[in-house]
Unconditional design. Structure first.
Length: 731
């Protein structure tokens, strides 16, 4: 608290009072002093400077928190324009580009004023107003800082007061500059069922772009997250870096440009590709938020910062408990009826899970949803499968003391559906070209207010008829191709932006009426995982690939940017590993099952019941503890992580052996995040179905000091491929 107050005073002081002097003393009498504008968190400062020479705004500093006004006053001019424009003298990639009413294609931005407002103990919003001296165009750069979490959020608001609309071609959310010897970029890429593959490479002179052009989702091939390490590659606990991500569920772009002097500019925002946007006079164009954290202690700290931020601000109800669940997608596919579902409700109860989630296939009558080729868009219960409707299932769940959840995909339509037949103009498709299908479906035109109303009513209608529904899985199984909006007419280049903003509009409305209903964000696996959407959702589906070996890498990747409670991991029949291995992998985040419980052996059922009970007992530590990634699967034949709670009296360690070469042995692992002065009991849980403990595990059940565990370490496992162990470590 004391620190917070200090930093508050420091920010206010620096924001309003500090004027730095040119070398050699006072500025000439007629020259105003430079203005310094500082935004800071507990450990980071981002400092802008208005040059008295030209009135432009420059980025003067980004890095470790400076000790106070005396250091700040020494900040010298840089040539790093805070928000570089196009058309005047900037020779590199601009943050903003536009054409005025008189066809002048240039923009000049000069500082006008700034304000800094502390909205509570932790959050400060600094707004810097810039204006073109010749044209009525204003750009406000906004920096919102989260002191305790060490996270900064940046966005931009553009307003124009010319006689007619003007067109913007580039409109970044953030532009940051770095001066280092070398720059290392870690990016995450993949495809359906191959999400979050990590790759690190050195940036070289010129431009590197990571982007997407998928329209209805942010990613599939490239994920909107990155680490940028300065000078050297960063490790888990060493190295200077930023971790960045864009809160936007559509096309994104991160652009990294190294200039002739070796300086790097990072421009983040909506992908301007095919998206020139015309702004009406007086109307504000607000970009999505770029979020980042700076760390000089490696990626581990950066992840923990983002996890804390996500729990407190980024994800809906981020500090509340999550529901464990039994899903039926892998177990039944489209093939179920009321009787089968009643049996699955029994299984939900038997397993000790909180909720049954009914997946795809429960709706449509003229074209029944018995496969993915028909019915999407017709959201009435299928009479053959559910003669007594959803209400009956809600009641049956309630009778068993479990909750009921349901899958929807309200933004999409099959050509074989009544919706398609009745409203062809509600669908995104090009005139004079064939329809282009992906998973046999098309995207609805959410820019059209009638479609927004329809999507809202899919949820609201269902919830009004069945107020007992306790959970929703909101899917989105395709990107846009051959897209054209009848509604947008001559503004087709607005489609990508208006689609996402319309989706947010619908979600805003739904959240006003259903503020705390848990909703899982899903997009044909993990195609829509971003902090733009997650403020409306409680969790996300990471991938349709649930083979636990693959999952270790994916969950590892997501853990860099997203907290454990948000990553849904289900135990399924994918992969040939033991049930124990599959459960141990799913326990790394939000545990669920999607498996034929009636086919389990007695032992397997018992094992699962115990594991679920243990998970519930420990979920506070797993979901909200600090994450330490101890051994990376990218570096060794094993992966080890641990979570430690805030008071450091409880920890859960999860260790996976992926493979082992002949004769390969694994060393003890030094734990992290514990209190050296506490004594901990280490107990292996999730003991396998046949009662065997993990390989040669001989450290289980003993007590050690935190100092011992962090300096000597723990033997976490043996070298049998695809084996695993989970340890509960308690003071
Ligand atoms: C894609 C999702 O990722 C799956 O989990 C499942 O819900 C299917 N859609 C249903 O169509």
């Amino acid at each position: 608290m004391k620190n917070l107050i200090c930093s508050f005073i420091f920010i206010i002081t620096t924001s309003f009072l500090l004027h730095s002097q040119p070398p050699g003393g006072q500025p000439p009498a007629n020259q105003p002093a430079d203005i310094i504008i500082a935004s800071g968190t507990l450990h980071t400062d981002l400092i802008y400077k208005v040059s008295s020479r030209d009135g432009r705004l420059y980025q003067a500093y980004l890095g470790a928190k400076l000790s106070g006004p005396s250091t700040l006053s020494q900040i010298r001019n840089t040539e790093h324009l805070a928000y570089a424009t196009f058309g005047t003298d900037n020779l590199f990639e601009p943050a903003i580009r536009m054409t005025h009413n008189d066809f002048n294609p240039s923009l000049e931005l000069k500082y006008v004023s700034h304000t800094s407002e502390k909205t509570d103990d932790n959050v400060t919003i600094t707004r810097i107003l810039l204006k073109d001296p010749e044209y009525p165009v204003e750009v406000t750069l906004v920096v919102k800082t989260y002191a305790k979490e060490d996270v900064m959020e940046q966005w931009v608001e553009i307003i124009q007061k010319e006689a007619k609309p003007l067109t913007i071609f580039n409109y970044a959310s953030s532009m940051l500059h770095f001066d280092a010897e070398k720059y290392w970029l870690t990016q995450f890429h993949g495809d359906w069922a191959e999400e979050m593959k990590m790759k690190e490479s050195e940036l070289t002179s010129g431009i590197k772009i990571i982007d997407s052009k998928l329209g209805s989702r942010a990613h599939m091939f490239q994920t909107p997250v990155f680490f940028l390490s300065l000078n050297e590659k960063s490790g888990e606990n060493n190295g200077e870096l930023i971790a960045g991500t864009l809160g936007w569920s559509g096309n994104f772009r991160f652009l990294f440009e190294i200039d002739e002097k070796g300086s790097l500019r990072v421009i983040s925002g909506i992908n301007p590709f095919a998206s020139e946007y015309s702004i009406q006079p007086g109307k504000i164009f607000k970009t999505p938020s770029f979020l980042f954290t700076w760390s000089n202690n490696g990626k581990g700290l950066a992840s923990r910062n983002l996890h804390h931020w996500a729990a407190n601000y980024g994800i809906l109800d981020g500090t509340k408990e999550r529901l464990t669940l039994l899903n039926n997608w892998e177990a039944t596919g489209f093939n179920f009826d009321e009787k089968k579902l009643s049996a699955i409700l029994d299984d939900t109860k038997k397993m000790g899970l909180d909720l049954f989630l009914l997946d795809d296939g429960w709706f449509a009558n003229k074209y029944p949803r018995n496969n993915d080729r028909a019915g999407l868009g017709d959201w009435q219960e299928n009479k053959a499968k559910l003669p007594d409707g959803l209400g009956y299932l809600v009641k049956e769940a309630d009778n068993r003391g479990v909750k009921f959840g349901i899958w929807i995909e309200p933004e999409m339509v099959n050509p074989k559906s009544e919706l398609y037949e009745t409203h062809p103009d509600w669908i995104l498709k090009l005139p004079n070209r064939p329809e282009n299908y992906f998973r046999n479906q098309l995207v609805l035109d959410l820019t059209n207010p009638k479609v927004q109303e329809f999507v809202y009513n899919v949820v609201d209608g269902m919830m009004t008829a069945n107020p007992g529904i306790a959970f929703i899985k909101w899917d989105c199984n395709r990107m846009m191709t051959n897209a054209y909006s009848v509604y947008l007419k001559d503004k087709q280049s607005h489609l990508y932006i208006d689609y996402v903003n319309s989706l947010y509009g619908v979600l805003d409305r739904l959240r006003q009426k259903y503020p705390h209903l848990p909703i899982m964000l899903c997009s044909g696996g993990g195609g829509r995982v971003d902090y733009g959407a997650l403020k409306y959702f409680t969790e996300f589906w990471a991938s349709d690939n649930t083979d636990p070996l693959e999952r270790i890498y994916m969950q590892w990747g997501f853990s860099y940017f997203f907290p454990a409670f948000s990553v849904c991991n289900h135990v399924t029949s994918w992969g040939k590993q033991s049930l124990k291995f599959r459960v141990d992998v799913a326990m790394m985040g939000k545990l669920g099952f999607d498996i034929e419980v009636d086919k389990m052996t007695e032992n397997e059922l018992k094992f699962s019941q115990n594991a679920i009970a243990d998970y519930k007992r420990l979920s506070e530590v797993i979901c909200h503890g600090d994450l330490y990634r101890l051994v990376s699967p990218y570096e060794e034949n094993r992966a080890v992580i641990m979570y430690v709670n805030e008071s450091r009296n409880k920890s859960v360690l999860l260790a996976y052996t992926l493979n082992a070469r002949y004769g390969e042995t694994f060393n003890k692992i030094r734990l992290q995040g514990l209190d050296p002065d506490k004594t901990y009991k280490v107990k292996e849980i999730n003991v396998s179905t046949d009662g065997r403990r993990f390989g040669q595990m001989n450290d289980g059940g003993k007590s050690y000091s935190g100092e011992y565990l962090m300096n000597v370490g723990l033997n976490t496992g043996a070298n049998s491929p695809l084996s695993s162990a989970v340890f509960e470590i308690s003071e």
